[in-house]
Ligand binder design. Structure first.
Ligand SMILES: Cc1cc2nc3c(=O)[nH]c(=O)nc-3n(C[C@H](O)[C@H](O)[C@H](O)COP(=O)(O)OP(=O)(O)OC[C@H]3O[C@@H](n4cnc5c(N)ncnc54)[C@H](O)[C@@H]3O)c2cc1C
Length: 376
């Protein structure tokens, strides 16, 4: 299985870090349940899909997994669960997987923790990967915790950087700590697989390479419906819920405490609508109940990377910056010329947002061709 991969990037990381911290689960005294480090090989990515649609974070993790696999000289594998999902397996190969383990069964058509957890655990026990990456989506967070608990291994959640040491084969999983003011690098030296979750948009999607070839290995479901204990009565898709869809928006207009109250957010909605974007927020207006939490950008909100991020009345606390500073172009509007948001802004406008935002809207209305002014 040790197949050296033909790539030249070997590690990835973003953010500074401290000395590695050993996960609590790795205490010398704890019983080793699964295979030890020397018996485990390979990097795995859980391929999340809903109704045949792959969560983009899975492709982002294939990009991250490729670089880790290159550094260790091993294969990159995907694990795919669901029903009628064959095309996704081929797509995962195009995005970098060498192998895809597939369990295709009607029982797995919709996500339920128990059958998904048991399926992942059974293939992990059979093939013994050394690292397993899962997207920190709602589904992924639930699954990762259940899998790590069952395997009695260490899981580092919400990582912003992943590196691997080819000598020790240890995953260096970096994530913010102490309210986002420090970065911690966490190791799991004794248990396998070393598990990590990464939020959507933290890593880049790798380029598609349709010439890539890989293996698809079909595995059997070892769970019976009568042993599951939960039934899906109805699936209510996200599309029917009024939630902001920020992670993959190309334009985001975000408001902070400077907006002064919920009644003023219409200014941002108007600007976002003109630019074909979404409305975001810092934590202050969310905590004040002015906007729904699905709009929050930052450490405890969403990580976003739009082409254009407009921060209106937001000071630029570190916990907000970590969620939006990878945006291509950042425009900050703030009356305080010393606000930290200006340190990351591509363009800064110092002044009263209640004058600037309406002026921008007026100007855009005049300049944008009619067909580009997107309507609701
Ligand atoms: C563990 C932890 C996690 C956190 N997670 C997040 C997170 O995910 N996301 C997040 O955003 N925060 C988060 N925070 C909170 C964060 O520390 C800040 O408190 C928050 O981001 C501040 O929001 P703000 O910039 O809107 O408000 P403020 O810091 O109060 O800034 C308001 C800004 O508006 C400007 N302003 C006021 N009136 C006007 C006007 N008329 N025109 C122009 N400018 C004006 C002011 O000059 C000021 O700069 C977290 C904190 C902790 C401890």
């Amino acid at each position: 299985m040790d197949t050296p991969r033909d790539r030249d990037e070997h590690t990835l990381s973003n953010g500074s870090k401290e000395e590695p911290y050993l996960s609590q689960n790795d205490s010398q005294n704890e019983k080793v349940d699964g295979p030890g480090p020397s018996q485990s090989r390979g990097i795995w990515v859980f391929l999340e899909q809903t109704g045949g649609q792959v969560a983009p974070v899975s492709f982002e993790l294939l990009g991250a997994g490729c670089r880790l696999a290159d550094a260790l000289g091993v294969d990159l594998a995907g694990v795919l669960l669901g029903h009628n999902i064959a095309p996704i397996a081929s797509e995962a190969i195009v995005y970098g997987a060498d192998i895809v383990y597939v369990i295709d069964d009607p029982i797995l058509e919709n996500y339920r923790t128990k059958p998904y957890m048991q399926s992942v655990v059974s293939v992990v026990r059979k093939y013994r990967p050394e690292i397993m990456l899962i997207g920190a989506s709602t589904l992924g967070r639930d699954l990762a915790g259940a899998v790590a608990t069952e395997l009695r291994t260490g899981l580092t959640a919400d990582c912003t950087g992943l590196e691997v040491d080819p000598e020790t084969r240890l995953l260096h999983a970096t994530r913010p700590t102490f309210g986002g003011n420090l970065m911690a690098t966490i190791l799991c030296p004794e248990k396998r697989p070393q598990m990590a979750t990464v939020r959507p948009r933290v890593m880049d999607i790798p380029p598609r390479d349709p010439s890539r070839r890989g293996r698809i290995i079909l595995e059997k479901l070892e769970v019976r419906e009568e042993d599951i204990g939960t039934k899906l009565l109805e699936f209510i898709s996200d599309e029917k819920i009024e939630e902001a869809n920020l992670e993959y928006a190309e334009v985001i207009v975000s408001g902070g405490r400077g907006m002064g109250g919920p009644e003023n957010f219409h200014l941002l909605r108007e600007l976002a609508q003109l630019l074909g974007g979404e409305v975001g927020a810092s934590r202050a207006p969310v905590e004040a109940g002015w906007v729904d939490v699905s709009h929050q950008v930052g450490q405890t909100g969403k990580t976003v990377r739009p082409k254009l991020y407009i921060a209106v009345g937001i000071s630029g606390a570190i916990q907000h910056l970590v969620g939006m500073q990878s945006s291509d172009v950042i425009v900050a509007i703030n009356k305080d010329p010393h606000a930290p948001i200006f340190n990351v802004a591509t363009y800064g406008i110092v002044g009263d947002l209640f004058q600037i935002v309406p002026a921008l809207v007026k100007e855009l209305r005049e300049r944008l061709p009619q067909q580009e002014q997107l309507q609701d």
